[in-house]
Ligand binder design. Structure first.
Ligand code: SF4
Length: 333
């Protein structure tokens, strides 16, 4: 079995599969956790578990990814297992342990008919191009069908890979377009199953154009190559604005999959090398308002990378943007 197939086995496709899996195991109390939008399903799953004799506890806060598994909270409530609804299992890029409690992952699959969008609009994809097929969790259960369809129509679809943090071939997260980067040298363009600009723009960092098969817009549109360049430039400009400030903050999260201690260490060493006083902060969910009042104007994000552009008053920058400090130094030598 390939590593890709092995990873996919960590996820379940239905609550019935999980109920079957846990039968006979000595779980007594089970935690449930999921994102906004599927809360009614969580209540339904809790009912099904209670009917089978399990006690349940539901995590109140919604979660944006399996980076935020609440196994510690569930355990504190006496649970011996957790069902994480909505996302696939998340692999920690620094290889920290994500699995202290029994966690069953039940990714959410969106029932919008993405295949009919592909079937009705595929001719907008240039047929001379070698294609990489990627997408978000909600549609990855149809990735194989999409691949077969494109191949039938004469497209060359390059074999896919998982990313650093993901478990499904071709799957892209806001913090991991590795599935695209890993094959980008073999493809001319990507076909992306999903909607919105956020994920396609991560894929466009490969330097390739991205055909987005969008079941909300009901057509295929194109995300141009390197569409994040403006955002990156804005971030570098923020570092330049505060480059002479003495006090800098580094923020990480106590969420398991957003707690990047190696990144904190590297960023801290880099800033200290540039003569900065560095303060390290941690919190579960990270809100800009919590970081006002410390007398620090610029913070480095060592938590969820998708938060970096959200702050309005304080500067919040990625670790990569700190490279600008080295460049400034080199130019002054
Ligand atoms: S983008 Fe952020 S919220 Fe989404 S999986 Fe990655 S770390 Fe978690």
């Amino acid at each position: 079995m390939t590593e890709e197939n092995q990873r996919a086995q960590w996820n379940y496709e239905s609550i019935e599969e999980i109920l079957e899996e846990i039968e006979g195991k000595d779980h007594e109390k089970i935690g449930l956790q999921g994102p906004d939008g599927i809360k009614p399903q969580i209540i339904d799953y809790a009912q099904q578990l209670e009917e089978r004799g399990y006690e349940t506890v539901i995590i109140g806060a919604s979660t944006f990814g399996a980076c935020g598994i609440a196994d510690e909270k569930a355990e504190r409530m006496g649970a011996d297992a957790l069902i994480h609804v909505g996302h696939t299992r998340f692999l920690h890029p620094e290889k920290a342990d994500m699995d202290d409690l029994n966690v069953y992952y039940l990714p959410y699959r969106e029932d919008r008919d993405i295949m009919s969008i592909l079937e009705n609009h595929y001719e907008e994809i240039d047929e001379d191009e070698k294609i990489g097929l990627v997408g978000v969790t909600q549609y990855m259960d149809r990735a194989e069908e999409a691949r077969e369809f494109l191949e039938e129509k004469g497209y060359e679809v390059v074999e896919g890979k998982t990313g650093l943090r993901t478990t499904e071939v071709g799957q892209v997260l806001g913090c991991d377009a590795g599935a695209a980067h890993n094959i980008s040298h073999k493809v001319d363009a990507f076909v992306f199953l999903g909607s919105g600009h956020f994920h396609p723009s991560q894929v466009s960092e490969t330097g390739k154009k991205v055909y987005v098969v969008d079941p909300y817009e009901e057509h295929i549109w194109v995300e141009p190559p390197n569409s994040l360049d403006d955002e990156k430039r804005a971030e570098y400009a923020r570092v330049m604005k505060y480059k002479d400030k003495k006090k800098w903050g580094i923020v990480t999260s106590s969420k398991k999959g957003q707690n990047y201690m190696q990144a904190v260490k590297i960023a801290k060493e880099k800033l200290e090398k540039h003569g900065k006083d560095v303060y390290v902060f941690v919190e579960d969910r990270i809100f800009e308002s919590d970081y006002k009042g410390f007398g620090i104007d610029i913070y480095v994000n060592c938590a969820c990378p998708r938060m970096t552009k959200d702050w309005q008053d304080l500067a919040f920058v990625s670790t990569q943007a700190l490279d600008v400090l080295d460049e400034v130094e080199i130019n002054h030598e």
